[in-house]
Design a protein around this ligand. Structure first.
Ligand code: GDD
Length: 304
């Protein structure tokens, strides 16, 4: 909500709840959108073990309810295919669907093996989006997005937890940063680049799914080392491994093959790993310097 509140002057907010089919139908009826982007989910992986049923309802069945709202409001049925000018739908699928990866790098054809209730919920939403495209001829597509970050990232996710932790230590508010699995590998990119990919996907003539990532993977340990180095600190003086942040099942290695997006969308990331981590550390140093050490961390830091 923090990100939305900052923009509220330019954005008209309409109430809707992924747990409430009627509210979604009214929202679509009122707004009459050209495009719908479903970026809503219970998106923090560790929490999905604690709230597995809610995760299934929101992250999984929520997709069904949005698709149904669009279908009903557009008057689409199995015997009546969509009219020209139909609403285009984007589903935020996730690289967490690849989970225990069958091959590396991962493409649109790599089989899924999700490793958390969150990953399972996203996989349901992904196949359902494909199914509505095939069953009803709807313009419904999924972007299989790898980790995407920015200074607006929630404090519970590792990139922001690290950039905030570094800033607090640098400014003397804290001495330690407690983390979980430092060996996991992720393909981290800049959220702004990924939003551009979403828009390109809906601007195409043919609906299709795309993997969106940088094609470069790093260990959590590399992210940590770099973030501390940017602030002139040595991570070994401050980072403590804490079993409370180890997950019941881990996704060890994610790396995108974004060739299809490059070929068919003309999409490429503009911001690399070092630039991204620098941007986040510098933003948090500035934020905490101005706020006397306070940041919006309503969700975390949390263990699973
Ligand atoms: N959050 C967190 N906190 N992660 C930690 C920590 C810690 O203290 N220590 C190590 N990690 C490791 C996690 O075990 C994981 O392997 C990796 O850092 C990244 O964790 P997150 O930043 O929480 O992201 P994620 O990869 O689980 O999921 C994010 O990316 C997905 C796209 O692949 C989320 O944004 C998902 O919603 C999204 O779908």
């Amino acid at each position: 909500m923090r990100g939305i509140r900052q923009l509220v002057g330019d954005v008209r907010l309409v109430r809707g709840d992924l747990l409430d089919q009627g509210s979604l139908i009214s929202a679509v009826e009122r707004v009459q959108p050209d495009e719908v982007y479903n970026l809503a989910a219970m998106s923090y992986v560790p929490m999905s073990w604690q709230q597995a049923e809610l995760t299934g309802e929101v992250t999984g069945l929520g997709v069904l309810r949005v698709l149904e709202a669009i279908r009903v409001c557009s008057g689409i049925s199995a015997s009546r295919s969509p009219a020209h000018g139909q609403i285009r739908f984007y589903q935020a699928s996730s690289s967490e669907m690849f989970g225990k990866v069958r091959e590396s790098p991962q493409t649109e054809r790599t089989p899924f093996h999700p490793r958390s209730p969150y990953g399972v919920g996203k996989t349901y939403g992904h196949f359902l989006t494909q199914n509505y495209r095939e069953s009803y001829g709807m313009f419904a597509v999924s972007g299989i997005l790898f980790n995407h970050e920015s200074p607006r990232r929630g404090a519970e996710f590792v990139s922001r937890k690290v950039s905030l932790g570094v800033a607090k230590i640098k400014l003397g508010y804290e001495r330690q940063l407690r983390l979980g699995n430092m060996q996991a590998r992720r393909d981290w990119g800049f959220a702004g680049d990924y939003v551009r990919a979403m828009q390109l996907m809906l601007a195409r003539d043919d609906p299709a799914d795309f993997v969106i990532g940088t094609g470069v993977t790093h260990e959590v340990a590399e992210l940590v080392e770099l973030a501390f180095k940017i602030a002139g600190l040595d991570w070994r003086d401050h980072v403590v491994c804490d079993a409370a942040f180890i997950r019941p099942a881990e996704v060890d290695h994610l790396c995108a093959d974004p060739s299809k997006a490059k070929d068919q969308l003309g999409w490429e990331p503009t911001i690399g790993f070092e630039e991204l981590v620098t941007m986040m550390v510098e933003a948090d140093l500035e934020l905490l310097s101005a706020s006397g050490g306070q940041a919006d961390e309503s969700f975390g830091p949390e263990s699973w």
